[in-house]
Ligand binder design. Structure first.
Ligand code: GLA
Ligand code: ZN
Length: 676
């Protein structure tokens, strides 16, 4: 058992940056009292502390950190000790300019910001290994050392000569000879044939962007190189502290159409001991309902949970507001508890914040924190945080509890990258993540557990797999899905399916294996202007289609619905095919949510997917986690109104200790109940 597995508490705390307050010992003393008042039991320390730890090259100062570690141990606060590589001291950039990042326009960046470094630079890797080793040596036996927090939100890319060289070597290992690369890249197009690997440059707005397979390889390489850098970071830690687990905080984005467009987290997940991510939804915005935003948060949580099929950590969230949304609203009363429990409901075993104490200067001085500039434990935000801390103490039996999902919705990052590049269909956002989320929401609305899977996952444990808009499908994914259906699985796919392979080379027609599975053949795709509509009828009800309408012919499938307009009027819009022991539906066009709700309802009924013993109106979500000690139902009112729920039998509310009777009861706006 590692230190995390031994900890029985759910984690509550956040980024703690005492290095900003070393000249204010009174503040550091207050921190200790305030942490206890806020029911904090975990802090991430030293995330950006490289300058404080190594103020001059080779001269280390751990005195301040020794004291912090000792202080935290005294109050039983776990330290997630950070490696400081998210930003670096000025002396390093000055003496070793190679550590500075070069952007895609081949401009060398100046010192400043964060993550402004080259992941390939031998100097940066060496300096990283040295500081990490020092930290591990010094604190390996310290009782406060609980987990390693590696760097911070790895992101971005570097196009310097060192990275170009590493990219070329990576390509050479992949393709072996330049002819294979040229064929894969279709580089005869525009005379872009390479004679030699040395001619290859990473994609750039001042150079090559039109070779889509090159773009994909570059993104793969950036993930590879970042993970490689991370491996270099953790190697001294693994050696010196094998009992201390390792995590790094991943990013999920709100707002914006691209939830995770940077690094391949499915690959990264294999290298960390526990998944963690930073969650910042824009609550109370003016463009979507609270309930809709909550479903997006749920989707991200389910994605991160499914990466390792295990509970994960929320390593950052805000107690109140952020400073980087277009508009930064404060959380309304009730929202802090609700938004925190929204994460627990989908598999989180912690609520941590950015940050413990608000800084007085620089760009994050107005970002929400547990302790505000007033240094008070009496303000609204502080009390909200303390309430969540207390709630987590009451919920500690939930730690490690699983989410039993029988439905999988597939999200593939490489497909997302390829669709972002593809010139065609609409050249505005093609809305792939939005589409996957729309299917997901049809289940979330009914409080049915869903895993958001990546394509490397074993699908056989699911009763239903939903894989919308898979423009890119490699041979393995096609074979896996075909085998899944053949063996009795149920599969749903849509327009754009298997347009191209993993190199973004277009298939000469719908691949045969998929024709067999779906009993259809895609003939062409009609892209509609935003105001255009087509539609179809199903079960006596009319549904609208928009954006994309694939024109298909059947080769074995039953037609469930046909288009009602245009040159493809009366041709199939929705089909179903039995294949082996399973079956597959093909939805040829984008629809509204009303169709997805109606379409999945009979499938949910037929599969007997577990519906909780709590009936709730729209906007009140019920999610279940379970372990040996019981089943826990998170009942979350994501609306601004009172709502009535109905219990099939009496249940205990773990937050209040009260029994909620069988039958109807009223929930207040934003109210949270966790029922046993
Ligand atoms: C990210 C970073 C933090 C902080 C927060 C602010 O998640 O990891 O250091 O900047 O954003 O929301
Ligand atoms: Zn570089």
């Amino acid at each position: 058992m590692n230190k995390y597995e031994k900890e029985s508490r759910l984690l509550h705390g956040g980024d703690y940056n005492p290095d900003q307050w070393l000249k204010h010992p009174n503040i550091l003393a207050d921190d200790i009292t305030l942490m206890q008042k806020a029911h904090i039991n975990a802090v991430s320390v030293g995330i950006f502390a490289w300058s404080a730890l190594e103020p001059i090259e080779g001269q280390f100062n751990f005195t301040w950190l020794d004291k912090i570690m000792d202080d935290m141990a005294k109050i039983s606060v776990n330290v997630l000790l950070a490696t400081p590589t998210g930003a670096r001291p000025a002396w390093m950039s000055q003496k070793y300019p190679e550590v500075l990042r070069t952007n895609a326009r081949r401009e060398k960046m100046l010192h400043g910001g964060r993550h402004n470094h080259c992941f390939t630079s031998p100097v940066y890797r060496e300096k990283t290994a040295i500081i990490n080793e020092k930290l591990a040596e010094r604190y390996k036996d310290h009782p406060a050392l609980f987990m390693w927090h590696i760097s911070n939100e790895y992101n971005g890319e570097c196009h310097c000569p060192l990275c170009q060289q590493a990219f070329r070597i990576w390509l050479q290992n992949k393709y072996r000879d330049i002819t294979t690369l040229n064929d894969t890249y279709w580089s005869t197009f525009w005379s872009h044939t390479y004679n030699d690997f040395s001619q290859i440059e990473s994609p750039s707005p001042i150079g090559e962007t039109g070779i889509h397979a090159l773009n994909l390889d570059w993104r793969r390489f950036v993930s590879h190189q970042t993970i490689d850098f991370y491996k270099n970071e953790i190697s001294p830690l693994r050696k010196l502290t094998p009992h201390v687990p390792v995590t790094t905080n991943f990013m999920g984005r709100f707002p914006g159409p691209h939830p995770f467009d940077g690094l391949d987290y499915a690959k990264f997940a294999k290298e960390v001991d526990i998944i963690s991510w930073d969650s910042y939804p824009a609550w109370h915005n003016d463009y979507e309902t609270t309930e809709f935003l909550a479903s997006k948060l749920a989707f991200l949580n389910d994605y991160f949970r499914t990466l390792k099929d295990k509970p994960f950590l929320i390593l950052e969230s805000t107690p109140s507001l952020v400073n980087w949304h277009p508009i930064n609203r404060a959380k309304r009363p009730g929202m802090h508890m609700l938004s925190s429990m929204a994460c627990l409901a989908h598999g989180a075993d912690s609520i941590m914040y950015f940050q413990f104490r608000k800084s007085r200067g620089s760009s994050e001085k107005l970002h929400g924190a547990v302790v505000d500039h007033d240094n008070s434990a009496e303000n609204r935000v502080f009390k909200d945080v303390a309430d969540v801390g207390q709630a987590l103490e009451r919920l500690k039996n939930i730690k490690g509890a699983a989410t039993p999902a029988k439905v999988a919705v597939l999200f593939d990052l490489e497909n997302h990258w390829a669709l972002a590049d593809a010139q065609g269909f609409t050249n505005n956002d093609k809305k792939y993540p939005r589409d996957v989320h729309a299917h997901y929401k049809a289940f979330w609305d009914k409080s049915i557990a869903v895993d958001v899977v990546t394509k490397d996952k074993d699908l056989t444990k699911y009763q239903l797999v939903v894989a919308p808009m898979l423009y890119v499908m490699d041979a393995k994914l096609i074979a896996d899905l075909a085998a899944y259906v053949h063996q009795g699985g149920r599969l749903v796919s849509t327009y754009m399916m298997a347009t191209a392979d993993e190199n973004d080379l277009v298939y000469p027609g719908t691949p045969q294996a998929l024709r067999d599975v779906f009993g259809i053949n895609i003939l062409e795709t009609d892209t509609l202007y935003p105001s255009h509509r087509n539609g179809f009828a199903l079960g006596g009800k009319e549904y609208t289609t928009m954006d994309y309408c694939a024109v298909i012919e059947t080769c074995g499938a039953d037609v469930l619905a046909a288009y009602n307009q245009d040159f493809y009027k009366d041709t199939p819009a929705l089909t179903k095919n039995t294949h082996g022991k399973g079956c597959a539906w093909f939805l040829a066009a984008r629809t509204n949510a009303d169709f997805l709700t109606d379409f999945y309802a009979p499938i949910i009924a037929e599969l007997g997917l577990t519906i909780p013993p709590i009936t709730s109106p729209p906007g009140v979500s019920v999610q279940m986690r379970e372990n040996n000690s019981g089943k826990y139902f998170f009942v979350l009112n994501y609306t601004e109104e009172q709502q009535v729920i109905t219990l099939a039998h009496p249940m205990e509310d773990m937050l209040t200790g009260q029994t909620i009777p069988q039958g109807k009861s009223v929930m207040n706006p934003y109210e949270t109940r966790i029922l046993m």
